[in-house]
Design a protein around this ligand. Structure first.
Ligand SMILES: Nc1ncnc2c1ncn2[C@@H]1O[C@H](COP(=O)(O)OP(=O)(O)OP(=O)(O)O)[C@@H](O)[C@H]1O
Length: 575
């Protein structure tokens, strides 16, 4: 492997497995050494068979049986030890990359494709494991065999060996050149397969929409195009391999012909006997297997390099939102929130929030209203530091949120999003999300406050009912109440509620509103309000327009003002 090969990035992972790998290599060595020993025994045995010496034959057969047994044990050990270390490397890589991804900021996931990420974490890492396994299990033993056999050939006749090696540099250059091409096409093919995987994730998670829009044909067409591109890239890689085998095979054949020519010439000059030449050719035959194995290994390594690049690329991505060194951990807060001259943009060309100044006292409920795209979600998303502000500060109980440990900051803030995401697991696990161990009593208490206990109890397995990735077996209102229970379970001092825009049936709506009211008590609440009831109950309403707070006050105050809120209110709530 070249010094700039991506494989160097694996070194520390391989080092961690060095003891197991060394044991595996020792077993490989033992296994290899037994080969000539068995060949030697076969020769001796042939001798005794000729002499009809049954006792010696029996003795040798016994020795052979022991050697076969030991060889089998060594083989088993080398196979299992190598598999063990390759799998350990795979596991470690997978965990490290997964944990790293968890630390990345939201803006990364807004552009990353889920299917591509899962492909890198599964297929690409598996391929790396296979490469590591083959490198130690096949490649190194074959290289050793090549060295030993070549040494033997030099010992037999160095002039002949040197002459037949003349072709080696050309072969190396050719194999290297083909390898580069293979790497190129492997990269292409892997990108394609990642795209395919992303497409699959998107399509299957949005299958309702696909069917609703009768977009099956369109989706199949897109899939076919991607699959076709992948096939093309793979075909090109296979074609490179096929050409390589023909060219390298031809050169090998030519070198054998050349060898016979040289051998004949050396014999005619009296430098070599016929039997020496036969031994020499036998040694050359021993080179064939390791050469073909190392060549095919080399091709696989080149293809695997694309996977190494794709996996380590992820590790190089740094989170935008970083925790300060020596950041403070807060166990509880009163819930005072301040925005001081906060400005923010997702990308440099458009400011989404401009000079926001806001003080929210503990226990106060703030309703955010404004047209779509005004910046309501962005304003609340800055509070748990999902993004960094471009300018200004956000403080909780007088402490700049940048001074806080991210975990401790986020534990103080409960979020009830517009659309509830339920993870695979039981209802109880979904309510106590993020906790491995929890008290079911607390889960039940949270569900009760969220008006969710009754429908949960009625489910076949109660709190242990399994809900799918998207909780398809629950209604919209039930899902919302689970989201509320989840926030109650966390018991945060600050709460962000994003009211659902879609209307529920009136019974469900009442239950959800009631739950919302309960959860808002004694907490600082930011609610992105879409219901008149919520807006009226808020202590203060902030009207956002193009990233600025243009009006602020109670419902009555703002109506009296007959400004933007009054107009908005008339359009939004009386329609
Ligand atoms: N992740 C993002 N990347 C880039 N731009 C974004 C992102 N999220 C929002 N925006 C843009 O920022 C602006 C404010 O969006 P935001 O979601 O905060 O508005 P909103 O008032 O909450 O709207 P809505 O009521 O429709 O949710 C919009 O122009 C939106 O297109």
């Amino acid at each position: 492997m070249k010094s700039h090969s991506s494989y160097w990035q694996l070194l520390s992972y391989i080092k961690a497995q060095s003891t197991t790998i060394i044991y595996a290599l020792i077993c490989t060595l033992i296994f290899t050494i037994f080969w000539p020993l068995l060949a030697w025994l076969a020769g001796r045995m042939a001798n005794y068979i000729g002499q009809g010496d049954v006792i010696s034959i029996a003795q040798l057969a016994g020795v052979a049986a022991v050697i076969f047994l030991l060889r089998g044990i060594a083989q088993y050990q080398q196979d299992t030890l190598m598999a063990q270390s390759a799998l350990a490397i795979t596991l470690k890589l997978r965990i490290i990359i997964y944990a790293h991804l968890q630390k990345l900021s939201l803006n990364y996931f807004e552009v990353a494709k889920t299917g591509d990420l899962s492909y890198r974490l599964t297929e690409d890492i598996d391929r790396i494991g296979e490469v590591v396994n083959k490198f130690f299990h096949q490649f190194i033993p074959c290289i050793l065999q090549l060295i030993v056999v070549l040494g033997y050939m030099f010992y037999l006749n160095w002039q002949l060996t040197l002459a037949s090696l003349l072709i080696a540099p050309l072969m190396a250059v050719l194999i290297g050149g083909f390898g580069e091409q293979l790497l190129k096409f492997s990269r292409r093919s892997q990108t394609r397969i990642s795209n395919l995987s992303s497409l699959l994730t998107e399509v299957f998670s949005g299958i309702r929409l696909v069917q609703a829009f009768a977009a099956e044909e369109y989706i199949i067409q897109k899939f076919t195009e991607e699959a076709e591109q992948n096939k093309q890239a793979r075909y090109l890689a296979e074609r490179i391999k096929a050409i390589q085998f023909v060219v390298v095979g031809f050169l090998e054949a030519m070198s054998v012909v050349f060898l016979f020519f040289l051998g004949g010439w050396q014999i005619s000059q009296g430098n070599l006997t016929g039997s020496e030449f036969v031994s020499y050719v036998a040694a050359v035959a021993l080179l064939i297997d390791p050469i073909s194995i190392t060549t095919s290994n080399y091709n696989e390594f080149k293809q695997g390099e694309a996977s190494v690049d794709r996996v380590f690329e992820l590790l190089k991505i740094k989170p935008d939102v970083l925790e300060k060194e020596g950041a403070i951990s807060l166990s509880s807060v009163n819930g005072k929130v301040e925005y001081r001259q906060v400005s923010f943009s997702y990308s440099s060309n458009k400011t989404v929030l401009k000079n926001i100044d806001l003080i929210v006292n503990p226990g106060e409920t703030i309703a955010l209203v404004g047209a779509s795209g005004a910046g309501k979600s962005t304003l609340v998303n800055l509070l748990p530091r999902f993004y960094n502000t471009d300018a200004g500060k956000i403080l909780i109980d007088g402490i700049d949120t940048k001074e806080l440990k991210l975990k401790s900051l986020r534990q103080q803030i409960g979020i009830v999003p517009q659309e509830t995401i339920l993870f695979s697991g039981t209802i109880a696990e979904n309510i106590a999300f993020g906790q491995t161990f929890f008290d079911l009593k607390e889960v039940k208490a949270a569900a009760k406050i969220a008006n969710a206990d009754r429908f949960i109890e009625e489910l076949s397995q109660g709190y242990y009912t399994y809900v799918g990735e998207r909780g398809v077996n629950l209604s919209g209102g039930q899902r919302q109440r689970i989201a509320i229970a989840r926030a109650i379970f966390l018991n945060p001092s600050i709460l962000i509620l994003d009211e659902a825009t879609s209307a529920l049936d009136s019974e469900s709506e009442t239950l959800v509103q009631e739950a919302m009211m309960r959860i808002m008590q004694n907490r600082t609440v930011f609610v992105i309000a879409h219901r008149l009831g919520t807006v009226r109950r808020a202590n203060r309403i902030l009207v956002l327009e193009q990233g600025q707070i243009i009006e602020s006050g109670t419902h009555e105050e703002l109506l009296e003002k007959k400004g933007r809120y009054a107009r908005f209110h008339a359009q939004q709530f009386y329609n």
